[in-house]
Ligand binder design. Structure first.
Ligand code: ADP
Ligand code: MG
Length: 296
């Protein structure tokens, strides 16, 4: 943790006191946080993130972490001489890529986050969608965004059939912090690679979470001129899809966010994970950060 010498003690106390209404309001509430992937690049930011998660838990909230791993998967594929390919924001996943995805997500990224949270004084437990039969999936049928008669084969990319949150709830009740890799299982026990934002959105819904916070590597959703859009409704999102303002990884991110907002998650935010403690600022201060997604 970095010291903040330029802030007077009186102001520090004021800042702490201002968090109280939020701590009270969110006591016992579930917060689903998507981390990893592009927001997880700098070691200092990672340590800050882990501290924030532990703080939320200690003041009585129930943080649940879902992680991604785009850049980490890309690196591993490159080491094997493979190059990642994306269609409409989804990674084309052949059998070999699926193996890499599983070992990078569950073996590397998840365990890094678990270690950092534990180091910060929390009790994190890593899970994949297989654990406790949590994430049942099937092969995603991807319809072309411009031509609905055309379909893309993206391999073992999963479409979520259902999420059983029992294992997450059991861990929460026992003071553990679940850290979930977005891997689902199919009818034949086959593995599916699922976009982490989509998993986070659906999990927030089934857990009846108070908040869904998606940390990424942009200030939020940007308009055509690159300006931050602080607030977006479903209608405005449709327009941004239609005119191509939203592309790549932002497509599944917004879909996951909108899904959660429409299914009763009270507040859904896409924020900049490159800003130190951005998640804590979003949850414990009145200041708005990034883009808020509204169902209407
Ligand atoms: P993450 O690892 O956080 O999921 P992704 O690369 O999957 O990151 O998604 C975030 C990316 O989406 C941004 O870095 C940006 O390149 C891209 N993107 C596409 N359209 C937009 C937009 N309108 N506003 C912000 N980012 C966008
Ligand atoms: Mg992504």
């Amino acid at each position: 943790m970095t010291d903040i010498p330029q802030i007077a003690p009186r102001d520090k106390a004021e800042i702490l006191a201002q968090a109280l209404p939020y701590i009270r309001k969110f006591h016992g509430k579930t917060m689903v946080i998507k981390y990893g992937g592009n927001a997880m690049t700098d070691p200092e930011l990672q340590a800050d993130f882990a501290e924030d998660v532990v703080l939320l838990k200690l003041v009585g909230m129930n943080p649940v972490v879902v992680h991604g791993g785009g850049p980490q998967i890309e690196q591993a594929l490159n080491r094997l001489g493979k190059k990642g390919e994306f269609i409409q924001g989804m990674r084309v996943t052949d059998a070999e890529t699926m193996e890499v995805v599983e070992w990078v997500l569950a073996g590397e990224v998840q365990q890094d986050i678990v270690g950092l949270i534990n180091q910060a004084g929390g009790k994190a437990v890593g899970l994949t969608g297989r654990d406790g039969g949590m994430i049942r999936a099937r092969k995603l049928k991807m319809v072309d965004s411009k031509d609905p008669t055309k379909e893309h084969d993206v391999g073992q990319v999963g479409d979520i059939i259902a999420i059983d949150p029992a294992v997450v709830k059991a861990l929460q009740d026992d003071q553990f912090i679940p850290v979930i890799s977005p891997i689902g299982f199919g009818e034949e026990n086959e593995s599916y690679n699922i976009n982490a934002d989509v998993v986070a959105g659906k999990l927030a819904t089934v857990l009846k979470a108070e908040k869904l916070v998606l940390l990424t590597n942009t200030p939020g959703v940007l308009d055509k001129q690159g300006q931050l859009l602080t607030d977006l409704t479903a209608r405005e999102i449709d327009d941004l899809f239609a005119d191509g303002t939203i592309s790549g990884g932002m497509l599944p991110k917004i879909s996951g966010a909108l899904d959660a907002a429409r299914s009763g998650v009270n507040s859904v935010h896409i924020i900049d994970g490159r800003v130190p403690h951005s998640m804590l600022l979003e949850i414990l201060t009145e200041q708005a950060y990034g883009t808020m997604i509204r169902s209407r």
